[in-house]
Write a protein that binds this ligand. Structure first.
Ligand code: HSE
Length: 412
């Protein structure tokens, strides 16, 4: 019997209890022994048949030598960071779904786990129920990873899908996503792109072996995307998706591109067809070519599935350390995104907009939509250095053209 403790009894924590309870016999057979949830930490009161397991005091778990694995599903940095450090230092493996914690403190917690010959696992921190961390670490270990790009946030993908398919407003779609339990406690983490940023940082750290910090990663969310932009995208065979991406730029320096932003991508592409709460992650290995992972990126049971999978892996590797790791070498390996190039979609308005646009931009494709106001123009540029694009947008403004929105155009 493996005794575990679960920190947090919210959406994911209660899902962990449910998965272990529902699949008890199956898991015991797979693992060779049963998993027993001995304690659950939560400050709230719950009227559930297992309420006798609850404690409000983390020391009840820390000082219990029978508990060998601590599952942290509270979210946030504090007190999760303190609890994870203490548990690892007491030679308990830690399993977490907490992307904020892994993105901020992953290198340090992996180091403490190694020093104590236990494991720090975080499959559920990226892609909800989709296996991505272990497959990248193990199954794709033979590859140099050239690039990773993905739809990494279920809430925003759900909102964008509702806008694209049902012409629903951003606000109504967000309310629905919250109701379905997809959104973070503070939905700004979803809609402003921070959740996707944390996830691409984790994948970049894993792919390139150096800790990539969210504060070094340019991040833009979806709050400025309008139904008009969605319509223009549709009229050129595209959809708007929130894309997290990272790419190796130099073998010698270890420099990488890493950023999060909305993007026009082909509606027929491997990521363009991913809708609703589903996530999709494309990993481009130098031997495999593109491998795409697809599944439910948020929600109680999919996320709990990944957590319990890690519990089983940790129990199988009792008192050994999985080599999964990366280090903080004190350097920022993320290049300034202004030095990289992409095509852009631009929507703007003003008198004589068409001729002014043609003066400033070469090689553009104008777009149309139903009921387009006469003074509105939308177009797609050729590939431009981000800093050159900024100068051209500035020139548009100087000539009296109001730039309403611009969105990168990506080829995934
Ligand atoms: N709020 C997150 C999402 C939950 O919508 O993807 C899963 O990380």
């Amino acid at each position: 019997m493996v005794n575990i403790a679960v920190l947090g009894h919210g959406v994911v924590g209660s899902g962990v209890v449910e998965v272990i309870d529902t699949n008890y016999g199956h898991i015991a057979k797979n693992l060779g022994q049963a998993i027993n949830i001995k304690r659950i930490l939560d400050l709230r009161e719950f009227d559930v048949p297992y309420s006798y397991k609850f404690t409000k005091d983390f020391d009840d778990i820390l000082n219990d030598d029978e508990i060998s694995i601590v599952v942290e599903v509270m979210g946030g940095i504090n007190p999760a960071y303190d609890f994870a450090k203490k548990a690892l230092s007491r030679k308990k493996s830690v399993v977490t779904s907490n992307k904020e914690l892994v993105a901020a403190k992953g290198a340090e917690l992996l180091k403490i786990a190694k020093e104590n010959n236990v494991n720090f696992y975080f499959e559920a921190s990226v892609g909800g129920g989709i296996p991505i961390i272990m497959p990248m670490h193990s199954c794709l270990a033979a590859n140099v990873i050239d690039e990773v790009a993905g739809i990494l946030n279920g809430t925003t993908n759900y909102i964008l899908t509702k806008m694209i398919r049902e012409n629903m407003s951003f606000e109504d779609a967000l309310k629905l996503a919250q109701h379905l339990g997809y959104a973070e406690r503070n939905p700004s983490a979803d809609v402003d792109g921070h959740d996707a940023c944390r996830k691409i940082c984790i994948l970049a750290s894993l792919a390139y072996g150096k800790h990539i910090y969210p504060e070094n990663v340019y991040t833009q969310g979806i709050t400025d995307i309008s139904l008009e932009d969605v319509e223009y995208a549709d009229n050129c065979g595209c959809v708007v998706k929130l894309i997290g991406r990272t790419k190796k730029l130099s073998n010698e320096s270890g420099d990488i591109l890493c950023m999060v932003s909305p993007a026009f991508i082909s509606n027929q592409s491997q990521l363009g067809v991913i809708d609703d709460v589903f996530n999709g992650i494309m990993v481009r290995g130098n031997a495999t070519g593109d491998v795409v992972f697809y599944g439910k990126g948020a929600g109680k049971l999919p996320t709990a599935s990944a957590v319990v999978g890690d519990v089983i892996a940790a129990a199988k590797r009792f008192k050994t350390t999985e080599s999964l790791t990366w280090e903080d070498d004190g350097k920022n390996h993320v290049v300034d995104y202004k030095t990289t190039s992409v095509p852009f979609y631009v929507r703007c308005k003003g008198e004589n907009a068409e001729s002014i646009i043609c003066e400033i931009f070469d090689d553009i494709e104008f777009l149309s939509r139903k009921n387009k106001p006469d003074n509105e123009q939308a177009f797609i540029t050729a590939e431009l250095l981000e800093s050159d694009f900024d100068s051209k947008i500035e020139k548009l403004s100087q000539k009296g053209i109001e730039v309403i929105n611009y969105i990168r155009v990506l080829n995934y």
